[in-house]
Design a protein around this ligand. Structure first.
Ligand code: GFB
Length: 314
């Protein structure tokens, strides 16, 4: 058990979907939250990260900062995804060690696993097969993050852990149609189709890939839980054990948004990995459970989209 009581906790990436949810979750803990805006601290600059940690002296660090995006962004910007993620995580992890951080939690992604990993995907599946080509660049960077944490633990006994969330969605997601993940993209497409009185919308790929969708606030809740209760070299999955097809997701989103038209498939776009369902046995056996059903999570995400994004240009 790592007590957060009276501790200074730095959330790197606090403006993002997951980082902001983690910051909200930590607000109910007896700890002081430290954040730094991108203008104030560029995580790709090693010396700046070192100086920030030297000055702020956090006891714990949550590394939620990352260059993230959906299938097309990953596939078309491989250099940005591998370089930025490698550099940011290396800087944060090394500087945390140098400055005596007691506990560090690194957030990865379920795309670290082999494309054809047997389902549900257990933690041991890491590095047992080839990666999905559309996101191997991001995956390699995230695998390096897991290995960095393990290396500092092995050589220096640092209490650095890694968590692998399944596909996430929620408030503060990226709703850009080109670079976003599937949930925000479908919310935007269904909303646009509804207000323009269109009779159809178009989704990417065959609609058959399966994904496990977890609401970002549930993920944040799991992150805080693991920060306090997990301390092992092996990374740990964050999911809940149930997946749906992309076409099923599209129908759910259309229901939430109130779009009643048809759904077309754009098969010129990639499907990505056919199935990505995590085994979250390890986490669930520790007593953690998510609170938000997909229907409620989608409704909250749509509400956030309406309030914050709907009228802004794409
Ligand atoms: O969410 P998504 O971009 O990421 O796509 P991945 C999931 C599935 O939804 C794919 C389909 O099969 C897409 O083809 N899809 C259907 C769409 N319509 C759309 C659409 O309008 N936009 C998008 N984006 N997808 C990402 C990785 O993989 O998962 C990242 O590339 C990261 O590295 C993330 O790991 C969690 O699940 O395929």
């Amino acid at each position: 058990m790592y007590s957060l009581s009276g501790k200074r906790v730095w959330v790197a990436g606090h403006r993002g979907m997951v980082g902001s949810a983690i910051t909200r979750s930590l607000a109910s803990e007896d700890c002081e939250i430290i954040v730094a805006d991108r203008q104030k601290l560029d995580l790709t600059r090693q010396e700046d990260v070192q100086q920030f940690l030297l000055k702020e002296k956090p006891h714990a660090v949550v590394m939620a900062a990352a260059k993230v995006g959906g299938i097309l962004a990953n596939d078309t910007m491989p250099a940005d995804f591998i370089y930025q993620n490698l550099v940011m995580e290396a800087n944060v992890i090394e500087a945390s060690f140098r400055n005596g951080v007691e506990k560090l939690l690194f957030l990865g992604s379920s795309c670290i696993y082999p494309k054809y990993a047997s389902q549900p995907i257990r933690e041991e599946a890491l590095l047992t097969g080839s990666l999905e080509p559309t996101n191997e660049w991001y995956a390699v960077a995230k695998i390096a993050g897991v290995k960095l944490c393990q290396a500092y633990r092995k050589q220096y006994r640092a209490d650095f852990i890694s968590v692998m969330p399944t596909n996430l969605y929620g408030p503060r997601d990226n709703f850009d149609l080109v670079t976003s993940h599937v949930v925000p993209a479908l919310i935007r497409k269904a909303h646009d189709a509804k207000i323009r009185n269109l009779d159809r919308l178009r989704i990417w790929g065959s609609g058959t890939p399966r994904r496990e969708f977890l609401y970002s606030e549930d993920c944040a809740d799991a992150v805080v839980f693991l920060l306090k209760h997990y301390s092992e070299a092996e990374h740990i999955n964050i999911g809940f054990g149930s997946d749906i097809t992309i076409i099923e997701l599209a129908r759910l989103v259309c229901d939430v948004v109130g779009f009643k038209g048809d759904i077309d498939l754009d098969t010129s776009k990639p499907d990505g990995t056919p199935r990505k369902l995590l085994s979250s046995k390890k986490l669930l056996s520790m007593g953690w459970r998510p609170k938000t059903s997909i229907e409620v999570g989608l409704a909250k995400s749509y509400e956030w989209f309406i309030r914050n994004v709907a009228d802004n240009p794409r």
